[in-house]
Write a protein of this length. Structure first.
Length: 150
């Protein structure tokens, strides 16, 4: 796994896709959980005004990460190599998974800022969220390893 994160810093396709994965899953999180289901606001323990502002700041941050990833990909696009699509998918999955897993552990468990779905089964929802993030992260790393071995 350390080889993956070493290469992540140096390879523009992997790095750009990783950043896009973080931004894309952050946007999906905000749209689905925060806005549509209204389960998972960035800061649940305030009045509605501060929830909307905190969610807006969250969306602004993940949009900046998406733009950063796009710029990295654009600048690195001159080097087309074999397996670049799989490399891109690897970065996308691992970025998305890393974001969800880290956000879940930090926000839901350590800081307890909010939960996926507060209430009776909140721990189960939080753990399912963490598991989905971990599966995406490990799938991205496994795909990357399969590229290195071929």
């Amino acid at each position: 796994m350390s080889r993956y994160f070493h290469d992540l810093r140096r390879h523009p396709t992997l790095k750009g896709a990783f950043l896009l994965g973080i931004g894309a899953v952050g946007m999906l999180d905000g749209i689905v959980f925060h806005q549509i289901l209204q389960w998972h606001s960035t800061y649940m323990h305030t009045d509605r005004h501060y929830q909307i502002v905190s969610d807006g700041l969250f969306h602004l941050a993940v949009t900046a990460i998406i733009l950063w990833g796009a710029i990295v990909l654009w600048n690195g696009g001159r080097n087309r190599e074999s397996g670049s699509r799989r490399l891109f998918v690897s970065g996308l999955l691992s970025g998305a998974g890393c974001f969800n897993f880290a956000e879940g552990i930090v926000s839901h468990h350590l800081l307890q800022i909010h939960h996926v779905k507060p209430g009776e089964f909140q721990t189960a929802y939080d753990l399912a969220f963490d598991a989905c993030g971990l599966v995406m992260l490990l799938a991205g790393i496994a795909l990357y390893r399969s590229l290195r071995q071929s």
